[in-house]
Design a protein around this ligand. Sequence first.
Ligand code: NAP
Length: 315
Amino acid sequence: MSVILFNRLALIGMGLIGSSIARAARAQGVVKTTVGTARSLQTRRRVEELRITDAVVDSNAAAVKDADLVIVCVPVGQSGAVAKEIGPHLKLGAVVSDVGSVKGAVLRDMAPHLPQGVHFIPGHQVAGTEYSGPDAGFAELFVNRWCILTPPENADAGAVDRLAAFWRELGANVEMMPADHHDLVLGITSHLPHLIAYTIVGTADELSEVTRSEVLKFSAGGFRDFTRIAASDPTMWRDVFLANKDAVLEMLGRFNEDLSSLTRAMRSGDGQALFDHFTRTRAIRKGIVEIGQDSPAPDFGRPHPHLSEDSEKKA
Ligand code: NAP
């Protein structure tokens, strides 16, 4: 049986991530009550209809009242403004975290608005889908996925431990690292792949010699996976590229160099260079499957050892 780690959990932003946290926290019984809010009346109404949280309030300031854990789940470009709104209303001793895909910019934008006596521990869950909004969330989203916490150097160890325990109860594996290192790592593993997917899908769409219906019909030849990634939320990804510009530009520079050397190998008929490169990348894929970060089966809804059937129904 799970222990209550926080009495009141406040979620600001009830999209894919916020609504998944609410569902998972309830399913795992790690909080007593949950309160949620979102920017629009439409989303707040939908959260109420779906009964994802115990209460829905209509302002960010009202959401954090008496909350012991506040998780900000909005696009990263909004995080500074949200911190400014909630700062004066936070409870002394509360843990404040976020889920933003970029950590350096979030730390820079939020920290100045948070008062002394509040524990700010930014986080990012390396888990997601291309869908958005409260209907898209589900309790198992974080199971067997990484949750990266980027506590500032002077962070309270007890608060960090409690937040890490919260994420472990939701099924995640927790890792700590400095915010700038997070941004470099995610720059190559997530942000650059998204940029490439957005580019290639746009390029295919603009080809006049190949009709759009042919692109759709033959998409299984590699293109389909790119279209899934390129369907990701435009607001979220605009904010990610603006907020993690330096790291993504650095990775893009390296990518362009490697693309040039593969282009050269192809042009000069250097089959050995192409074969060697593809052999190396095949081994990387094998490694990802071996450590359980992917499987040939669909990605989501894997059974989680802690999730009983009852708690799944409750969620
Ligand atoms: P989402 O489904 O689009 O939801 C965003 C939510 O934030 C919506 O409920 C939106 O309200 C709310 N919101 C926006 N501005 C707000 C404000 N100023 N005050 C209060 N609420 C506000 O997005 P998501 O996919 O959950 O992503 C949220 C965060 O998680 C982003 O920072 C993203 O980088 C990070 N993340 C995403 C993924 C992923 O795969 N999607 C994975 C890991 C981390 P309305 O609906 O009313 O507009």
